[in-house]
Ligand binder design. Structure first.
Ligand code: ACM
Length: 636
């Protein structure tokens, strides 16, 4: 009997090894080169790690230690004796030109793991890849007993496609604590993002302590708490308490910068001017061209812009700094002095987007400025402002970056452009030989809905995972040397809490990570989706929220000679869709979708759900027939 058990367990181990070798490791972002070799490495209960003494890798080692011990219950010992170490981290004595400053080699054999790199950043990224080789259970926050902590033997060579791999987080529309921001940075670093764009100011809150202008955070960081659909809230009443919001002290900022640095993440601060400045104006009304500004308050999510004519919007309250007011440049000089002293990153982002011009058009001060400077359009007025601001930023030893509106009316001489309104601004700036970061709404706006609006929290636009995965940062016909990289942007109008922030970010930020790190030819949608599912398993264990929207069907409503026709599709392969028109909840005993459907004459609701095999995987979606009729143009 013992022999049979032994034989069975031997067969099982061989089978496990074969299985582990069979599926390619699920690494996001996909490495440049990965060769899977025979065999597995088994983590021993006493792990020894040899590592170089550099202070800059200390934090990476702490992360590695923590991530290798929490779930396993194993122990880690550090030393610099490579010969006997289980995991060897090595800095190359002679630089390997192929992998640059952020690349690494990772070699897993049956007896040891070696990560080598030219720089500590490369070792850090090698550690991130290594962790993804372990089974998802490694993410457990408590010890899992009786688990074999095995990883496949692999030889990986890896380095990034772009030096700028960014994620933007808007902490103005809704404030997120220092801890939330650090968690965000922690999570992004795992996918080898290296740039955290911190949108610190907007109409709804000024979030950074500026010692020379204390009202910015005494008044400008606070609004009235509301819930519902941001942008349509009722105008706050005078007696409603302004207890919603918050800000980061300069000490907080320094700590977050260090936290990010330990994870090889730079922080790009954004001070969004001259539009999006209501929090600043409410704090210092003198910064406005408009006399009634003394009564302005920080916006609490009420509507105060008219977008019905397109961009730029018509402001119902003047949320702009006044380009004709010298006090504005004194203000900006002082703010930039403090920002430049805090943030070590070479760029400061100054916004420049969506600046309404209707109050400027009425302002005598602006008219006088135009005459004096020979400006003929409002775009030139903004350009005048941007050029002066560029000089201020540069006088602090920093480079100037703004959203693509800064091109209008003439780009400041050395400005870098962040292209968000599609690729057009990026193409134009690169043709003018300016540096560009691509973050087009078309692929990289992760605040947009990621599935059908019948089920997703409503935003005015949609960006599915598949589309995000198509992001190509170098637009056709552009000299790649001007494209610094790409980033995804997470605006927070509709983000009321951390869980929903995570829901919006993942999995689309996996997609963008791969678009900015991996070689273009390595991208493979079907393989990517299997890797996303592996990350989902990790997130389930770690309790990080993600959107399951890729499992839900895509509805297309068509007008077929006056009759509604409904087409269903799935974003990922291998799913079946079941449906009902009788209001009951479909399962895999219901009709399976195979071809376009015409709803029965009196049906009011279509319900659908996706399955993989005999397991439900998508969410139950109830789609009213009249919504489909409206989408098909059959009903108003
Ligand atoms: C932007 O999305 N307004 C830059």
């Amino acid at each position: 009997m013992k022999k049979i058990v032994l034989l069975f367990s031997c067969c099982l181990s061989v089978f496990q090894a074969i299985c582990q070798n069979a599926a390619p490791p699920a690494i996001i972002p996909e490495p440049v080169q990965m060769i899977q070799n025979a065999g597995v490495f088994s983590l021993p209960p006493n792990i020894t790690i040899s590592a170089p003494g550099q202070a800059s890798i200390k934090n990476g080692l702490e992360i590695l230690q923590q991530r290798l011990t929490v779930a396993t219950g194993y122990k880690v010992l550090f030393g610099n004796q490579a010969a006997a170490a289980t995991i060897k981290l090595e800095l190359n004595k002679t630089a390997d030109a192929a992998i640059g400053n952020e690349g690494y080699h990772l070699n897993v054999t049956t007896s040891s793991i070696t990560i080598s790199a030219n720089q500590p950043a490369g070792l850090f990224y090698g550690i991130q890849t290594l962790m993804q080789l372990f089974p998802p259970a490694i993410e457990s926050k408590s010890v899992i007993n009786n688990m074999k902590w095995q990883i496949p033997c692999v030889t990986i060579t890896d380095y990034p496609r772009f030096g700028w791999r960014g994620l933007m987080f808007d902490v103005s529309r809704h404030f997120f604590s220092k801890k939330d921001v650090e968690d965000f940075i922690d999570q992004m670093a795992r996918y080898k993002y290296n740039l955290f764009h911190w949108h610190l100011t907007d109409d709804e809150g000024w979030r950074i302590e500026i010692k020379s202008y204390p009202n910015l955070t005494i008044k400008g960081a606070w609004s009235v708490a509301k819930q519902g659909y941001f942008g349509t809230f009722s105008t706050p009443l005078p007696d409603e308490p302004k207890t919603n919001g918050g800000f980061y002290t300069q000490q907080d900022i320094k700590e977050v910068i260090q936290y990010a640095k330990d994870r090889f993440v730079n922080i790009l601060p954004e001070i969004d001017v001259p539009g999006h400045s209501m929090a600043a104006i409410a704090s210092y009304p003198d910064l406005s061209c408009t006399s009634g500004a003394d009564n302005y308050e920080v916006i609490s999510g009420e509507s105060f812009m008219d977008w019905s004519h397109g961009a730029p919007p018509i402001a119902l309250k003047d949320n702009t700094l006044c380009p004709a007011n010298e006090k504005v440049y004194v203000f900006l000089d002082k703010v930039m002095t403090e920002i430049a002293a805090l943030f070590p990153f070479e760029y400061i982002h100054v916004g420049g987007d969506e600046c309404p011009k209707n109050f400027w058009e009425k302002s005598d001060a602006i008219k006088a400025l135009m005459q004096k400077e020979g400006l003929t359009t409002m775009e030139q007025v903004q350009s005048y402002f941007e050029k002066r601001l560029e000089k201020i930023v540069e006088s602090k030893g920093k480079k100037f970056m703004g959203w693509d509106e800064i091109l209008e009316g003439g780009l400041a001489p050395n400005a870098a452009v962040m292209s968000w309104r599609g690729e057009k601004g990026g193409i134009e700036a690169a043709k003018l030989k300016h540096d560009v970061v691509m973050s087009p709404t078309t692929y990289a706006y992760v605040d947009y809905m990621q599935g059908d609006e019948i089920i997703e929290p409503h935003i005015y636009a949609t960006l599915r995972l598949k589309k995000a995965y198509e992001f190509e940062p170098i637009p056709a016909g552009v000299d790649p040397k001007y494209i610094k990289g790409g980033q995804a942007n997470l605006w927070s109008e509709q983000l009321f809490n951390v869980r929903h922030m995570q829901y919006m970010l993942w999995p689309r930020a996996f997609a963008i990570a791969e678009c900015v790190w991996s070689p273009k030819e390595k991208k493979d949608w079907n393989h990517f989706t299997t890797k996303v599912e592996d990350q989902f398993k990790r997130y389930d264990i770690e309790q990080v929220k993600y959107a399951p929207s890729m499992y839900d069907p895509i509805f297309t409503a068509k007008n077929n000679n006056g009759q509604l026709q409904i087409e269903l599709a799935t974003e990922i392969d291998g799913l079946d869709i079941y449906y009902s028109f009788d209001n009951s909840f479909p399962d895999n005993f219901y009709p399976k979708y195979t071809a376009a459907l015409t709803p029965p004459k009196d049906a009011v609701m279509m319900k659908v759900i996706t399955y993989r095999g005999d397991k439900p995987i998508g969410r139950m979606i109830a789609m009213p027939i009249d919504v489909m009729q409206k989408r098909a143009g059959l009903k108003k």
